[in-house]
Design a protein around this ligand. Structure first.
Ligand code: SF4
Length: 401
C-alpha cells in the first residue's frame, strides 16, 4: 500500500444526518484491498501476502461474490484500489476486476484511483487501467533516496520513479498523486527537503506526505525495540514544517493535515471519508462504513474467502453507528481539513452536538492560538493546532462520553 488511502472515517455537511439507512444520497465510496506484495517493506503493517499460484483468480472471484453479497443501493461516486500492490495484478485480471466494478449500475465513478508502485508501472497494465476507466493513479514513491529506501526494505530507485511518472503521463493519466514518507531513521532535514523538491518538480496534481510510523509486528518495530533506530518527535515537527514551506512555495495547497494538491485536485475518495459519508470495503482486511455499521473483513485471504463461502462478510470490528459517534468523528476528521468544520452544518446534522461545554473548549483552543473561528460557524486549526491535532481529537472525544 501507499500511504494516501489511510484507514480513516469522516464529516459534517450535506449528509442529511444519515448514519447509513441506505436512503441517503451521500456519496458512496468503494475501496478494494488487493492484498498482494512481492516483498514486505520493513514499516508495513497492512495485510498483504506474496501471491501464490491461483491467488489472483481466487481473489477476483471473491470480489465478485462479495459485491453480490453487499448489493450496493447506489453506484459509487469514487473507487479506490489499494493494498498491497494492485499493480501486481496482471492486465487480464485488472480488466476483469474493472468489469466487475464498472458493471455496477450507474456507470463510471467520478474518481477511480489505483495505487501503483513505480516497478509495477508497465505498458500492458496502464493500457488495461485506461480501458476500464481509471482516471487517477497514486504512485508509492516514499523517498527518492536509495539509502533510505534500503533502510525501509523497499526495492526502488529515483530512476524507477521518474520513469514510472513519465510513463503515466505518456498514457494520459492527468491526475497523479505521489506518496512520500518522512522521518526515516537517520534522515536529515536536508534529505527530506531534497525529496520534497524532487517531488514538486515532477509536477504531480497531488502529494501525500506521511510520517513514518513504527507499528507493532513490523521489522521496523523490532529495530526500534532493539535500539537500532530511535524516534525523534522534535525532528518530526521540523519535517512537517519543511513540507509546508517547500510544497506551498511550489504552488500546492495543503488541504488536509498530510495532503497537498493543485487547484481542484483534492482526493475525492478521501474527502468523502473524512466527511463521514459511506464506503464499502471489499477484499481481505477492508473496512466499511455502510448501512448504519462499521466493520472490517478478516485480514487473511483464506479467512475472507471462507467467510464468503458461508455468505458472510464484515465479521470483524463491528460497531453500530450512533449519532454521537458520527458527530465526534465528523469533528475530529473535519478538523484535519484546512477549511475546518462548518459548525452550523454539524449542528443541523447532529442537533445538540455543539454543546456550551464544547463551545467553551473551542474558545480555549482559540485563546491558546491553536484554533480560529470558535465564535463563528466554522472552526479550523491554526498551524500550531494542526501539530497537536491528535491531542485535540482525544480532548474532543471526552465531550461525547
Ligand atoms: S508495498 Fe510495502 S508498504 Fe505497501 S503493502 Fe506492500 S509491503 Fe506493505
Amino acid at each position: 500500500m501507499g500511504t494516501e488511502m489511510m484507514p480513516v472515517r469522516p464529516e459534517e455537511r450535506g449528509l442529511a444526518g444519515d448514519s447509513g439507512s441506505g436512503e441517503c444520497a451521500a456519496p458512496l465510496g468503494l475501496y478494494v484491498h488487493v492484498p498482494f506484495c512481492a516483498v514486505t517493506c520493513d514499516f508495513c503493517a497492512f495485510y498483504q501476502k506474496r501471491p501464490e499460484k491461483g491467488d489472483f483468480r481466487r481473489f477476483v472471484d471473491g470480489i465478485r461474490r462479495e459485491l453480490d453479497l453487499v448489493s450496493p443501493d447506489r453506484p459509487p461516486s469514487t473507487v479506490f484500489w489499494g493494498g498491497g500492490t494492485p499493480g501486481l495484478l496482471p492486465p487480464e485480471f485488472i480488466r476483469e476486476l474493472g468489469e466487475i466494478i464498472g458493471g455496477l449500475r450507474g456507470g463510471v465513478p467520478e474518481e477511480w484511483t489505483v495505487e501503483l508502485t513505480p516497478e509495477s508501472v508497465r505498458d500492458g497494465r496502464l493500457e488495461a487501467l485506461r480501458e476500464i476507466g481509471v482516471n487517477r493513479v497514486s504512485l508509492g514513491v516514499q523517498t527518492f533516496d536509495t539509502r533510505l529506501l534500503e533502510i525501509i526494505g523497499r526495492r526502488s530507485s529515483r530512476e524507477a520513479v521518474v520513469k514510472a511518472y513519465s510513463k503515466l503521463r505518456e498514457f494520459g493519466f492527468d491526475n497523479v498523486n505521489l506518496d512520500l514518507m518522512f522521518a526515516f531513521p537517520g534522515q536529515t532535514l536536508e534529505e527530506w527537503e531534497g525529496d520534497l523538491r524532487e517531488a514538486a518538480e515532477l509536477g504531480s496534481e497531488h502529494l501525500s506526505t506521511y510520517c513514518l510510523t513504527f507499528e507493532e509486528d513490523t521489522a521496523l518495530w523490532v529495530k526500534l525495540s532493539r535500539g537500532e533506530v530511535a524516534l525523534d518527535e522534535d525532528k518530526e515537527i521540523a519535517f512537517f514544517g519543511k513540507a509546508e514551506e517547500v510544497l506551498e512555495g511550489a504552488g500546492l495547497f495543503k488541504y488536509e493535515t498530510s495532503n497537498y494538491c493543485r487547484s481542484g485536485r483534492e482526493c475525492l475518495h478521501n474527502l468523502h471519508t473524512w466527511r463521514m459519508s459511506e464506503w464499502i470495503g471489499l477484499g481481505p482486511a477492508a473496512a466499511s462504513q455502510y448501512r448504519g455499521r462499521r466493520c472490517a473483513n478478516p485480514a487473511g485471504l483464506e479467512e475472507w474467502l471462507a467467510g464468503l463461502d458461508d455468505g458472510r462478510r464484515g465479521s470483524e470490528d463491528r460497531v453500530e453507528l450512533t449519532r454521537e459517534l458520527l458527530a465526534a468523528d465528523s469533528l475530529i476528521f473535519g478538523l484535519r481539513l484546512r477549511h475546518g468544520v462548518d459548525l452550523a452544518a454539524l449542528e443541523e446534522r447532529f442537533p445538540g452536538t455543539v454543546s456550551p461545554a464544547l463551545r467553551g473548549y473551542f474558545c480555549r483552543l482559540e485563546g491558546e492560538g491553536l484554533a480560529g473561528g470558535a465564535d463563528e460557524d466554522r472552526l479550523w486549526l491554526t498551524r500550531r493546532g494542526r501539530l497537536v491535532a491528535d491531542r485535540i481529537g482525544s480532548d474532543i472525544l471526552e465531550y461525547f462520553d
